[in-house]
Design a protein around this ligand. Structure first.
Ligand code: AMP
Length: 559
């Protein structure tokens, strides 16, 4: 009889039983002179001592603002130093940071702010096609005339005000520097006392994620969840205070703020941000000029760096390790990362936001074959099992749904007990919705998703959200959205649309309709007009059939 598909990770290293604030203070006192943070496009560099000062000042300012432990603070900005300062400062003040995707538009922002009941929002001013100030002016017309901190919005009744990271905050917004000056009202002793009251099992972060179905849900994570996950990811990479990690992945996602920031924090390593959002050239420059030892990315980012015409001009020989994660990593890309980018020890990680995120990871000793064909083995202190449709553990070698249990599993979805019950069962297993197979040595391979979520260029996209949006177009009678393989983005979005009788529309017109209303990465690349969808006898749309048809029609090579 085959072994069951169940493994438990090693447990030699104990978990960190402390808050993020306590871990931060420890690192500041252990490595005060070493470099903590480099933000290249802002021209900023901080030692751990300097970062410690900036974070403590910001935490005191949050307290002065009236933010209480357990209240929510949103952040809607691309990568920059203030993001990280706010992350650590909110953790020290016990304020729950709500990550908001910088590509979100008004509908999505409003949903996240309302659902989490944010008291304050930190926002950038503009970035690429996003004018954050203008969008907020539209959502909160009362802001311009209200006294700072006294916002009364009928759309967002719990929101008190907005903090702008821009050089010129719009009317009614509090500037970042003004906020920092408020720290004078709160002494260091008050911050220390606040920190002592905090418990590591308390929630400290909400990340909106696609989960399985429905609208984005706020995965609610504790200090213990994310601090330990960052720690264990860094342990696997062998990070130390001598490592310098380039983080081109977004901070609003756990890849940046947990695997990146907390991975570095727990090891005294240096966090290096090449640019506000991923740019292959900036990432390559950061590695070369900062003599980085490690680099993170989703597969599409590594592809863009490998294929960059100027790549040969950069000396990447300082690289040793890094992580490729977030989506299936093509074998050829993995080989090229090892051979052409000098990342001989690069590792693959697998997981999801709801599990802090990493559940399995390849190890430093794993051979190339393992690194290109699996997502590694169960992380320390965690358990994995693969189950059939009845929830029974399948034998090794058989496909089923991957489930994770342990310290990393989120507290639940914010204010959504029903969705939490659907995701985490009575025995605390998180059901990932991913189809996987485990071999005799415990290596896990992801073979697909039994949910319909699309991952485009590392961004999770919910078909239902796009479908519901397209439904608002007057000519659209019905719509189904699917993902098809794409060599550049991993997946591309295809919408199948049934028009109302007598209506006409062109694909381009529907795409135009989406622009500025939903995030750019959710806009369907292809639109196909149909009379009907492939259906089961019981009346369910067969998205897998739609995918097969679109793949053929679009001339896509599915492998
Ligand atoms: P997120 O919550 O944004 O971290 O997305 C989680 C989903 O990304 C998982 O449920 C998987 O479907 C997918 N995923 C993450 N890492 C990998 C990987 N290494 N290989 C394949 N799929 C992955």
């Amino acid at each position: 009889m085959n072994l069951p598909s169940y493994t438990c990770g090693p447990q030699e290293k104990p978990l960190l039983a402390m808050t993020i604030g306590a871990a931060f203070d420890q690192t500041v006192s252990r490595f005060p002179e070493r470099e903590a943070l480099v933000v290249r496009d802002q021209g900023l560099r901080y030692s751990w001592a300097q970062l410690g000062e900036a974070v403590d000042r910001c935490a005191r300012a949050f307290i002065a603002l009236g933010l209480q432990p357990g209240e929510r603070l949103g952040i809607w900005s691309p990568n920059r130093a203030e993001w990280t300062i706010a992350q650590f400062a909110s953790a020290k003040a016990g304020v729950i940071l709500v990550n908001i995707n910088p590509a979100y538009r008004l509908n999505e922002l409003e949903y996240a702010l309302k659902q989490s009941g944010c008291r304050w929002l930190i926002c950038a001013d503009t970035f690429k096609t996003s004018d954050y100030h203008a969008m907020l002016g539209e959502l909160l017309p009362e802001l311009e005339t209200c006294a700072i901190g006294a916002l009364q919005s009928h759309m967002l009744p719990e929101l008190r005000g907005v903090i702008s990271l821009g050089a010129q905050p719009a009317g009614g917004m509090l500037g970042w520097q003004q906020l920092q000056a408020m720290a004078e009202q709160v002494g260091p002793e008050q911050l220390r006392q606040c920190g002592e009251q905090l418990q590591f099992d308390e929630p400290i972060n909400i990340q909106y994620t696609s989960g399985t179905t429905g609208f984005p849900k706020g995965a609610t994570l504790s200090h213990y969840n994310i601090l330990n996950n960052g720690y264990m990811v860094g342990e696997s990479l062998g990070l130390s205070e001598h490592d310098r990690l380039v983080i081109p992945v977004p901070l609003y996602h756990c890849f940046g703020m947990v695997m990146g920031n907390l991975g570095c924090l727990t090891h005294g390593s240096t966090m290096i941000y090449p640019s506000a959002a991923f740019e292959p050239l900036a990432a390559l420059q950061a590695v070369a000029e900062e003599r980085a030892s490690a680099l993170y990315g989703v597969p599409t980012m590594f592809i863009a760096m490998l294929d960059h015409p100027e790549r040969d001009g950069f000396d990447l020989s300082s690289l040793r390790t890094g992580i490729m994660a977030g989506a299936t990593c093509p074998i050829e890309v993995m080989k090229r990362v090892i051979n052409e980018m000098h990342m001989s020890e690069v590792q693959i990680a697998y997981g999801m936001t709801e599990t802090s995120p990493v559940s399995t990871q390849t190890g430093p000793a794993d051979d190339l074959e393992r690194r290109v064909t699996s997502v590694g083995r169960t992380q320390p202190h965690l358990e994995s099992k693969i189950v059939d449709e009845q929830g029974r553990i399948v034998p090794r070698g058989q496909i089923g749904e991957l489930c994770t249990r342990g310290y990393s599993v989120m507290l639940g979805y914010w204010n959504n007990p029903e969705a939490t019950r659907e995701a985490i069962d009575g025995a605390r297993w998180m059901h990932t919705g991913d189809l996987a197979v485990m071999d005799d040595e415990g290596y896990v391979k992801i073979v697909g998703r039994n949910k319909d979520m699309i991952i485009r260029g590392g961004e999770n996209v919910y078909p239902r959200e796009i479908e519901e949006f397209l439904f608002t177009h007057p000519a659209v009678a019905d719509v189904q959205v699917i993902g098809v393989p794409d060599s550049k983005f991993g997946e591309e979005i295809v919408a199948w649309v049934k028009l109302h009788p007598g209506h006409e529309a062109q694909p381009e017109a529907l795409r135009e309709y989406c622009k500025g209303r939903i995030a750019h990465f959710k806009i369907p690349r292809h639109v196909k007009f149909v009379e009907d969808f492939p259906m089961t006898i019981s009346g369910k749309v067969q998205k897998f059939r739609m995918r097969e048809i679109s793949v053929v029609e679009l001339g896509i090579n599915p492998h």
